[in-house]
Design a protein around this ligand. Structure first.
Ligand SMILES: Cc1cc2nc3c(=O)[nH]c(=O)nc-3n(C[C@H](O)[C@H](O)[C@H](O)COP(=O)(O)OP(=O)(O)OC[C@H]3O[C@@H](n4cnc5c(N)ncnc54)[C@H](O)[C@@H]3O)c2cc1C
Length: 465
């Protein structure tokens, strides 16, 4: 990599390049800080699509790996530069280019922070639903690249449902603009949605066209305390089966509630094992009706307590604490290794039972939280201490969890992506033919293999720990 930093400084100017070892260290990992990775050889901070294209053209000629990075909040090791080379930090592409109320669309640059965008559209009574719980840091480019979801997936779907067009810089530096501002399109292969979920392996997303909705006028929060985890899962399955559609339907265990209770007053009761946080939105009449209907279902199913949260400030505090469960868990365990299994929703009670059985059989602690309304659960292996023995047990437990989810007709990732974290399991879900097809698509976009190499599937010589 001799001369790399000098060449990049000539291309972009020295204020847009980082290369000091302590700076490089900050770009070695994402939120899954425990994977071993290399530090990059240089970090570039482009301001414009043209600057991204200049760097890609250079890297293509010299065959240097490039790893795109949004905020590094990913939970799959996706933006870790495991082959070194250039990390491209996209946070300076941070312009909300257009909010078009008459078309209910927006156009943003790839590095725009999700919450900044949501706050901006909400001031205009517009609504962008996808809500990964890292919204205050993660970028829309990162959300598109991971096809991110969040609690609102149950009613509103995930990022992919809102992307109508993109601007992408390909590995050789050329710029394409698949899709557009229109609501639908039927023109050959759907490159917009092929890029969505491509985890930085096909190109750099520099611009995104998004669909918007009207901001719902009213909402209600209901919290349900359940005797057991199975009861909570059965209530979720029943709510879905009876056709009720909460905007959020989250599943939590007592451990999470105990930690969250430090952050609000009055505390939630801790005499249950399973908890459901539900949110309804729409018109006043609609939320009134849905909250009542779902409360009745919970009573019918003998929930321990069904609490309608009357005070909007209390509701907001509960939801903020919910968003912070994963970071809060990290403060009391040395490591929390979060999985992302998603199953058909009528299988949730079986999944919850299986998680407890696996925890007992493998002698590991497994925390359980998730966007239960869309079948997406995040069993987390909790390590009071990270020892070789604990790691070995956890590996067995994760293998069993993944196999169990797949046997139920589920998927290994509902929203986090594969990155390096789940590449071991890719063939379990997709089989060799689909993986070969993906590799041929990758070859067509990236013939020199410089775009985020070693992600999604492992190549010979890749080592992930
Ligand atoms: C506390 C916490 C809560 C979370 N909750 C959720 C949740 O509810 N739902 C959910 O889906 N995820 C969640 N996540 C995971 C994470 O926030 C999402 O995956 C998010 O979409 C990552 O965005 P980012 O900008 O940080 O991307 P990064 O982590 O920087 O990158 C993620 C992947 O996208 C690629 N990439 C990033 N930007 C671009 C670009 N512009 N062009 C091409 N490729 C790019 C990277 O190469 C990498 O492969 C959570 C994470 C944390 C820490």
């Amino acid at each position: 990599m001799q001369g790399l930093v000098k060449d990049l400084a000539t291309l972009l100017g020295s204020t847009q390049i980082l290369s000091q070892p302590e700076e490089m260290l900050a770009y070695a990992n994402d939120a899954t800080h425990y994977f071993k990775s290399r530090i990059p050889d240089a970090v570039v901070l482009p301001h414009t699509t043209e600057e991204v294209a200049k760097v890609m053209k250079y890297a293509f000629e010299k065959e240097i790996p490039v790893t795109p990075r949004g905020a590094g909040s990913g939970l799959a090791g996706g933006c870790t530069p495991i082959h070194g080379g250039i990390v491209m930090d996209l946070k300076r592409l941070n312009q909300i280019v257009e909010i078009d109320g008459s078309n209910m669309t927006a156009r943003v640059e790839g590095g725009v922070v999700l919450k900044k965008f949501q706050d901006t559209v909400e001031k205009r009574k517009l609504f962008y639903p996808p809500d990964p719980q890292s919204g205050c840091v993660c970028t829309i480019g990162g959300n598109v690249a991971t096809r991110a979801g969040g609690p609102r997936g149950v009613k509103y779907g995930t990022t992919g449902n809102y992307v109508t067009g993109l601007e992408v810089v390909l590995p050789d530096g050329s710029i394409i603009t698949p899709g557009g501002k229109f609501v639908k399109q039927s023109v050959g292969y759907d490159i917009t949605h092929l890029m969505t979920g491509s985890e930085g392996t096909l190109g750099v997303i520099t611009g995104v066209n998004l669909r918007l909705l009207p901001l719902p006028e009213a909402d209600r929060t209901v919290i349900v305390v359940c005797e057991t985890l199975e009861q909570a899962a059965e209530i979720v399955a029943e709510i879905i089966a009876r056709g009720a559609v909460p905007a959020m339907l989250e599943f939590l265990i007592k451990l999470a509630i105990t930690i969250m209770n430090q952050y609000f007053f009055p505390p939630l009761p801790t005499d249950g094992e399973g908890y459901l946080f539900m949110f309804f939105d729409g018109t006043e009449a609609q939320v009134e009706y849905e909250a009542k209907l779902v409360s009745e279902i919970c009573h019918d199913m003998k929930a321990k307590e069904v609490r309608l949260v009357e005070d909007p400030r209390a509701a907001a505090a509960y939801w903020t604490a919910r968003a912070n469960v994963y970071p809060l868990i990290q403060t009391i365990f040395e490591r929390a290794n979060s999985e992302d299994i998603t199953v058909p929703r009528n299988k949730l009670p079986d999944l919850v039972r299986a998680v407890q059985e696996i925890a007992a059989a493998e002698e590991v602690m497994i925390g359980l939280a998730g966007h239960a309304g869309d079948g997406n659960m995040h069993p987390s292996i909790l390590f009071p201490q990270v020892t070789p023995e604990a790691l070995e047990k956890s590996e067995f437990a994760i293998d069993k969890l993944i196999r169990t989810g797949l046997d139920m007709g589920g998927t290994i990732s509902g929203e986090h992506g594969i990155g390096i974290h789940k590449s071991k399991y890719l063939a379990w879900e997709l089989g060799d033919i689909q993986i070969e097809l993906m590799k041929r698509i990758k070859q067509a976009f990236d013939p020199k293999g410089i775009m985020n190499p070693g992600k999604i599937w492992m190549e010979d010589g890749d080592k992930h720990a």
